[in-house]
Design a protein around this ligand. Sequence first.
Ligand code: AMP
Ligand code: MG
Length: 337
Amino acid sequence: MSAEIDLVLETACRAGITAAKICRAVLSETPESLEKGDKSPVTLADYGCQAAILKELAAAFPEHGIIAEEGSEHLRESAGEEGAEKIVRLVNDATGSSADFEQVCAWIDHKGGSVPDEEGAVWTWAIDPIDGTKGFLRRDQYAVAIGLMKDGIPFAGVLVCPNLPIDLDNPDGQRGVLFCAAEGCGATAVPVDGGETRTIKSSGLDNAGEWRVLGSVESAHGDPTLVVSMMEAGGVGGGFVRYDSQVKYGIVASGEAEIYVRPRSRPDYRENIWDHAAGTIVAQEAGAIVTDLDGRPLDFSLGPKLTENRGVLVTASPAVHQKVLEGLRVAEEALVD
Ligand code: AMP
Ligand code: MG
């Protein structure tokens, strides 16, 4: 496989950039939300991005398995004639194809083969065509997340963040960052619209008073009260900033924050692998540590959900990790009392 890493990353980056084009095209008008059965929002951009990404992956890696967030069933039910025409136009414009609606739906539903390679490894992609659809609809942060797992362990990942400022200290400047990583190859960031590729590293700040913390915009996705209690318990004093989507992994990987903490939102909630696979490998290859809130590695080998993990914790280094786990224990005990 190592000889194929370049092909994996080139294909995933190309697919991610095409998806970003679709996102921006939808945002150039007023994006409409088509609510799914579980009340979560979805847009034509989510479906269009998945079609474009899976079209690329199916062509390059027909033997790889695919676990992706969307399916065409709800699109068929809810798009109507106008929506069907629109998604066909979006996908064809971005990919240079002349597909019809059936073809677009077939791309969306591609599941791949999950056939072991000659060394016996099974390759499976975990894809969220738009992670943070709520942020996308607010014209805030969102990410196209394309992860590849080898035998259930994140191996390569591309996170395209079309609205992330290239310099977080200059939100009025150019936006759009693509993060990319593969096992043993390190992590990089490059402006989506072209520019210099740079190697990224997680932060080396060792003073807890300066550690910066990231969490979800949606309070329902991870208790912010627990995050603030952990900060107090651990003397973590660099501030708490909330972003939608896996951009949080990219920000920790770039050394712009030390901690991303995502407490389990309800006892029965299990995280989706596509919400974490690409982010995990980007963060790890930049030197960060990714576990759950009990310090256990995330187990991506159990299907679409992280059934055996409780929440997610991403930190810049082992020292930060240990300190945050201790702070969480104190904060959780205090909440129980
Ligand atoms: P974020 O913007 O980091 O909160 O992540 C967005 C992702 O949160 C979405 O793609 C959903 O899959 C996921 N999500 C939806 N509901 C919940 C929940 N109750 N707890 C945790 N994550 C959730
Ligand atoms: Mg998601």
